[in-house]
Design a protein around this ligand. Structure first.
Ligand code: ADP
Ligand code: MG
Length: 906
């Protein structure tokens, strides 16, 4: 596949209709501008939404509104510049060498920067130097290493309407060359964006007014026609230099995808034309191949980002990826992250990954030699993209050479592998020709930039070797010349020297001046000496003095050619990079399994989930080995729903997430932290964990909770795993418990999903009497006087007390407050102590005093029941029926309804 091509001359912005919403507007010259300001205004008019970094000598200057904004954002001094006559314009500048630092800061603030370079040599310019915007740095179009995170992609994502409630998504990471296109239901957009983590969104301008949730990245608008399939298809054919798009796997119904992709490529051609050459053929993701992880689940399971950045104890909260990422290359790290955010749905694919991991786990020597080789391979994927975009510097090629050097070792270490995924990798292209090119052309430990003379290897180019010999031979030649001239003239004090003004000379003391030969030409007279040149010396000088310059320009040319030769093999480099990244991840998972003692789960197509001695992959790493208490969890046809109760800090949330993480790990093909596990393939994993920081997102906690709960109820199926942690907490107790109750009923009766529901509403434990496939479990604690000991052990039955006061005491509530709380609790228990226990008091060995809560869902008054039973309904008149109804209600009303005060949760 031919990589797409950038235009040589960039006129795109000019042919677009000037639409200020898209960042275009007409040029507005001011008649009294100086030529420099006219030039600036021209650049600015084409990039009004960017800060223009305008190169003037050793500085990038910002003018007018840019100067004001730039000075504010970057803390620069705002000055002014004369703009002819008495007029002045605001000015702020940054030194050219520090450019990237400033750009980085602006990008992090969500701004974009158009870099306007001097595109002709000032020495040769007639009048003012010509300047052009050569690239626009935007959050989604980044190439600088300093701005990119090693282990995550930096996607630019374009969206377009596909009709019928569907959207097309196109994504490109120009730092790696990856291009993806897919179509999703509008409702799944959030989940897909959560997975792709775009740095910038590209949208049709008609979407201008749409609302986006907080945290949505920078949005860039472009004219709608760019997103239309026909225009977009033309764009793609032109950029990729293909006749049709069917070769990419596009179907006739993929018009919206083509639209989004075409707009994306057109935009990249506008902002980073050089990068187009490294773009790979688009990969079309068909739905159904991967599990969609909604943002809530991704956040709550802390897959790649912690819920709270810091744990309050100063240590950084760890995420799943922090713990399981044993990859050795950055590209492997990115791939693992993608696997985590895109679990598989096909059991065959899961088994295939498991087979490969198992084989690498069993064969430790093979794994060790692979990992030794992988360590040196580095980021082949980004190196390939850099070479393809002609941005690779000598040291990048050096790194590439070192990486390629290890490829044969990788292939050798894969001899006789059995797992199909590994045999596919074993056939990798080791790129011997590319390595030979680099090994032959590139000097060892090359200088940072071509032109200094230390980049191209000796013996690579005869002309370069000769120039170098000339330059390096200067000292020898001088010594030789000096002794030759001394002999010839008989002047033993004769010296050959050099100064900047006169170049090479022969110096003779005044006393010996009359002995110089006739071909000596006087050049300079000093106090005690005369300086001369000879024709021979002049000719030689000419060669030596230009050698450095010629070396520099020749070296730049040779380096560029070398890079170009490598660039022609970009596609092969990228394919090998894919194989190596796959291998790195598979080896990493094997290494992880060994290091953390994970087992291969039996993944099956049935319903039951059975985890024996399961552990939380992240929490277990935060405590000494053996300190983490493993637990068994079984969810099958007989017990689909587990109601999990237990005091705060018992370990409910940990257990809940542990099940979700184990299931997710299994579906990415990883082994799992358990003694043994049999796991189904889930179509979705839903988690709703009562998190307090949702207020930040501007909605009330309860609204958010209900919103997400609704989404779960609408989308969960029998094949889903639903993990609910304290839903209903955001509202008054009665409401909360009622909602929790109804949700549970719905999941049990209608959805049939495997569910774990952690709750402090003990009332829910009563549901086990009513719902056949619901079981109660609690996380055990032991009381020791006023202290409680958390056993973190899961046991059947509901919990009996909330132990809230004890937890408060452990957390450091003042002793007086704790004592008062005990008093109040005692009073409350005294008042209601005689009330009957609710239906759900199935807790094994519940202490008799554990009557801290009165059930909302009490058994109806026995007397009322008795009365009902005795009724002969057939003989009642309507009036009688009403009277009895009122009577019954009064009987039931007499029962106090109350629950304990909310014990709160972490
Ligand atoms: P809950 O949700 O019941 O309030 P958490 O799940 O938040 O409790 O757990 C509280 C703390 O208990 C965790 O931070 C962890 O340190 C510890 N913990 C939880 N489960 C276990 C376990 N199985 N083994 C050891 N420690 C655990
Ligand atoms: Mg909890």
């Amino acid at each position: 596949m031919t990589p797409p091509q950038g235009e040589v001359k960039r006129t795109r912005a000019l042919v677009l209709p000037p639409d200020p919403r898209c960042g275009y507007r007409a040029v507005m010259p001011k008649s009294d501008d100086t030529p420099l300001m006219q030039q600036w205004r021209d650049a600015k008019s084409r990039h009004p939404d960017a800060l223009v970094f305008f190169r003037v000598g050793d500085f990038y200057e910002m003018f007018c509104e840019d100067a004001e904004e730039g000075a504010r954002l970057l803390g620069l001094t705002l000055t002014s510049r004369n703009n002819g006559g008495a007029a002045h314009v605001p000015l702020a500048g940054v030194p050219a060498r520090a450019r990237d630092e400033y750009i980085e800061r602006l990008i992090r603030l969500g701004r974009r920067v158009a870099i306007c370079e001097q595109v002709e040599d000032p020495a040769e310019a007639k009048g003012i130097v010509r300047r052009e915007v050569t690239e626009t740095v935007t959050p989604g179009a980044l190439l600088a290493d300093t701005l990119l995170a090693d282990r995550r992609n930096n996607f630019l994502v374009a969206l377009s309407d596909a009709g019928a409630g569907r959207l097309a998504i196109a994504a490109a990471d120009i730092s790696t060359g990856e291009v993806i296109a897919l179509e999703v239901a509008e409702t799944a957009l959030e989940a897909e964006l959560a997975r792709l983590e775009p740095a910038e969104l590209l949208l049709p301008v008609s979407w201008e007014g749409r609302e986006w949730p907080a945290g949505t990245p920078v949005r860039t608008l472009r004219p709608d026609w760019l997103f239309e399939a026909d225009a977009a298809a033309d764009e793609l054919r032109r950029r990729y230099r293909v006749h049709g798009l069917a070769g990419f796997g596009f179907q006739p119904e993929d018009r919206a995808c083509i639209g989004a992709l075409g707009a994306l490529v057109a935009y990249l051609a506008e902002v980073q034309p050089g990068a187009l050459a490294a773009l790979r053929a688009p990969h079309i993701e068909r739905s159904g191949a991967a599990m969609a992880l909604d943002e809530m689940t991704r956040r709550n399971l802390e897959l790649v980002e912690p819920l709270r950045a810091d744990t309050g104890r100063g240590s950084r909260a760890a995420t799943l990826i922090d713990v399981i990422d044993e990859t050795l290359t950055a590209m492997g790290g990115r791939l693992l992250r993608r696997w985590v955010l895109r679990p598989l749905l096909s059991p065959e694919q899961i088994w295939a990954r498991q087979d490969a991991v198992a084989e690498l786990l069993e064969d430790a020597p093979r794994r060790r030699s692979l990992r030794t080789a992988l360590k040196e391979i580095r980021d082949l994927e980004r190196l390939a993209a850099k070479v393809g975009a002609a941005r690779a510097q000598p040291r990048d090629l050096d790194t590439l050479r070192a990486a390629l050097e290890r490829l044969p070792a990788v292939r050798d270490a894969l001899v006789d592998v059995r797992a199909p995924l590994l045999t596919a990798i074993a056939s990798l292209d080791t790129l011997g020709d590319v390595h030979a090119l680099l090994a032959g052309g590139l000097a060892d430990a090359p200088e940072a930039a071509a032109g200094g003379g230390g980049v191209i290897r000796d013996g690579y180019d005869a002309a370069l070797d000769e120039l170098r010999a000339l330059r390096d031979g200067a000292q020898d030649t001088i010594a030789q010349l000096q002794s030759q001239e001394r002999t010839r003239t008989g002047i033993s004090s004769l010296k050959v020297g050099y100064n900047k003004v006169f170049g090479y000379f022969i110096e003779v003391t005044r006393a010996n001046a009359d002995r110089v030969p006739a071909d000596y030409e006087r050049k300079q007279t000093l106090a005690n000496a005369e300086r001369y040149v000879t024709p021979e010396l002049k000719a030689w000088e000419q060669k030596v003095l230009t050698a450095e310059e010629r070396i520099a320009s020749l070296e730049v040319r040779l380096f560029t050619e070398l890079r170009q030769q490598v660039a022609e093999r970009t596609v092969r480099l990228q394919q090998t990079a894919d194989h190596v990244a796959d291998l790195d991840v598979l080896c990493a998972l094997a290494h992880l399994a060994e290091r953390r003692d994970y087992v291969r789960p039996e993944v099956h197509t049935g319903y039951a989930l059975e985890i024996r001695a399961g552990r939380h992959p992240v929490v277990e790493t935060m405590m000494p080995r053996e300190a983490f208490i493993p637990n068994d969890v079984v969810l099958d046809e007989e017990q689909r729903i587990m109601i999990l109760t237990g005091p705060n800090m018992a370990g409910k949330s940990t257990l809940l997430r542990q099940v979700g993480l184990i299931q997710l790990l299994a579906q990415i093909g990883s082994f799992v932290p358990a003694g043994r596990a049999r796991l189904p393939v889930c179509d979705r994993i839903f988690t709703r964990v009562g998190a307090s920081d949702d207020l930040v997102r501007g909605q009330s906690t309860f609204m958010v909770e209900m919103h997400e709960t609704a989404a779960i109820l609408h989308n969960a199926t029998r094949a889903s795993l639903v993990l609910l942690d304290e839903i209903g907490r955001g509202t008054a107790t009665y409401d909360g418990v009622s909602i929790a109750w109804a949700v549970t009923e719905h999941l049990h009766e209608t959805t049939g999903a495997k569910t774990i529901f952690a709750t402090h509403y003990h009332e829910l434990t009563q549901l086990s009497e009513l719902l056949g496939a619901l079981v109660n479990f609690n996380v055990a604690v032991r009381e020791a006087g006023h202290d409680i000991v958390f056993l973190h052990h899961l046991q059947p039955g509901g919990a009996d007390r909330s132990y809230g006061i004890e937890v408060g005491r452990l957390a450091g509530l003042p002793a007086s407050v704790v004592a008062r709380a005990r008093e109040i609790l005692h009073e409350l228990e005294g008042v209601h102590g005689g009330a009957g226990a609710g239906l759900g008091r199935t807790g094994a060995g519940a202490p008799p005093a554990a009557r801290d809560q009165l059930s909302l869902f009490q058994q109806p008054e026995p007397a009322a029941l008795e009365r009902l039973r005795r009724l002969d309904v057939d003989r009642l008149t309507p009036i009688q029926a009403l009277t009895i109804l009122a009577e019954l209600r009064d009987m039931v009303d007499a029962t106090a309804r109350r629950t304990t005060p909310d014990p709160g949760n972490r």
